[in-house]
Design a binder for this molecule. Structure first.
Ligand SMILES: *[C@@H]1O[C@H](CO)[C@@H](O)[C@H](O)[C@H]1NC(C)=O
Ligand SMILES: *[C@@H]1O[C@H](CO)[C@@H](O)[C@H](O)[C@H]1NC(C)=O
Ligand SMILES: *[C@@H]1O[C@H](CO)[C@@H](O)[C@H](O)[C@H]1NC(C)=O
Ligand SMILES: *[C@@H]1O[C@H](CO)[C@@H](O)[C@H](O)[C@H]1NC(C)=O
Ligand SMILES: *[C@@H]1O[C@H](CO)[C@@H](O)[C@H](O)[C@H]1NC(C)=O
Ligand SMILES: *[C@@H]1O[C@H](CO)[C@@H](O)[C@H](O)[C@H]1NC(C)=O
Length: 390
């Protein structure tokens, strides 16, 4: 019995790790999408850490979706010191040279009508993350020793200009989205994106697994504080962050959505687990071991409950649901919308992310879904917190 539980726990840990590494293949009927290298961005100084051009995967929209666009930024943490940034230059997180020539699109990017009924025929773009700054960097000088370029914000602008030229200037509907470190720019640049699109377009943003929580009283968040302080200095990010936030507080706090979200005028939607595995892992080292070895002590339950409460308190106020949509589950996962199981497998109150988001996007319903104990929650074959701790 005990052994079975431990084994089961181990399997789940392994599954989570695989998922975090972005290697789980779920979904059917997906096609491979080719890489496009945006050479023209180089003359604008919009380049990856190593000076190579930015790049993305693009599938053209058709039928009713021909004038609709969804842009998705890939994630992958941050580099906030020179050593980390140099290390990235031999991977696709710092150089488009290393980006796979093709990628499959799942979940919200899937071209399968059954899996993705509202967006399958849109113009769909997945952007590689090669700047290390969540697309906020803007340093003119190229580091003379390391040859590093800190130009994430320029990449953002060069890409959007390119998509406008490719037809986004006629967009009827558009979504700026991303996962993890890639969901932050979807929020940070949300109003900028809206301003670049036609006035008549329906423009909204979507951040998945990006609601990184800052807990003022907690030393545990030292990791994110270190990241953010290093990041804005190294990448000169302050001017790119919402001024409604940087005018009020230390700019390094303005990478936490809870502090800058209020100033965003364009409607946005949050998809997040209240026990996001990335955040929990960083906040409480050793947590997984305790959880999966089934030692759910009273103090662990209390720690988790306090964390959950702080997370919920930090969410946008739940009064204007047309401008702030949300799907908050308690599945043990990091980001969810670009996997088949997450996008239309997970549900809160029997509503999948796909349904909750598209109902909100098209103003069919403005339900804000936040998981509560005793209400139906489906994490597909992923564990939820209640598998281990009440
Ligand atoms: C789309 O997905 C459904 C459900 O997973 C699957 O049954 C179907 O074969 C897929 N369609 C295509 C064209 O592959
Ligand atoms: C993608 O690239 C492959 C290999 O270069 C090529 O054969 C194929 O036609 C390309 N697909 C599209 C849609 O451009
Ligand atoms: C920092 O960024 C601002 C604009 O975002 C720019 O005007 C300024 O020159 C940059 N500073 C450096 C040192 O590159
Ligand atoms: C937790 O964090 C450690 C240290 O950063 C890392 O090695 C491990 O892969 C992470 N595990 C999960 C499940 O995120
Ligand atoms: C709610 O959000 C909508 C859409 O952004 C906006 O038009 C409206 O003014 C907001 N209402 C309030 C009371 O803030
Ligand atoms: C959710 O689904 C369950 C199981 O199918 C069902 O018993 C329940 O009535 C549904 N609840 C709602 C709110 O739709």
């Amino acid at each position: 019995m005990e052994i079975t539980k431990i084994l089961q726990g181990l399997c789940l840990v392994i599954f989570c790790l695989i998922m975090l590494n972005d290697k789980v293949v779920i979904g059917e009927g997906e096609t491979m999408v080719n890489l496009t290298i945006l050479e023209s961005a180089v003359s604008k100084g919009a380049v990856c850490l190593d000076g190579t051009p930015p790049a993305y995967y693009y599938e053209k929209g058709h039928g009713e979706g021909a004038n609709n666009w969804i842009i998705y930024f890939r994630g992958g943490e941050w580099c906030y010191n020179v050593i980390d940034c140099v290390a990235r230059t031999t991977t696709e997180k710092g150089s488009s040279k290393y980006a796979p020539k093709q990628r499959s699109f799942y979940g919200i990017l899937s071209n399968n009508k059954t899996i993705n009924p509202d967006f399958y025929n849109w113009n769909r773009v997945m952007v590689i993350y090669c700047d290390g700054s969540s697309f906020t960097g803007d340093v003119e000088l190229v580091d003379p020793i390391t040859k590093l370029h800190f130009r994430g914000a320029r990449i953002f602008l060069a890409l959007i200009e390119n998509f406008l030229e490719k037809g986004m200037k006629n967009a009827k509907n558009a979504i700026l989205s991303g996962g993890s470190a890639g969901g932050l720019p979807a929020l940070i640049h949300c109003d900028r994106f809206k301003a670049l699109l036609p006035n008549s377009a329906r423009v909204k943003c979507l951040a998945d697994g990006s609601y990184f929580l800052h807990r003022e009283q907690m030393k545990e968040m030292a990791f994110m504080d270190t990241v953010n302080e290093g990041l804005i200095k190294l990448h000169n990010s302050t001017n790119m962050l919402p001024s409604s936030c940087t005018s009020k507080m230390n700019p390094s706090l303005c990478l936490f959505p809870q502090y800058f979200q209020e100033g965003i005028k364009t409607p946005f939607f949050i998809v997040n687990s209240m026990f996001d595995t990335f955040q929990i892992n960083k906040t409480f080292p050793g947590y997984y071991e305790n959880l999966f070895s089934n030692t759910c002590s009273t103090s662990l339950v209390k720690t988790l409950q306090d964390f959950k409460q702080d997370f919920i308190n930090a969410l946008p106020k739940q009064s204007n649901s047309s401008s702030r949509g949300m799907f908050i589950d308690s599945c043990l996962i990091h980001s969810q919308i670009t996997s088949g199981v997450g996008w239309n497998g997970f549900s809160v109150y029997n509503k999948t992310i796909a349904k909750a988001f598209s109902d909100w996007y098209f103003d069919r319903s403005h339900e804000q879904l936040i998981d509560k104990p005793d209400l139906p929650l489906n994490c597909y074959n992923f564990p939820s917190i209640t598998n281990f701790c009440p």
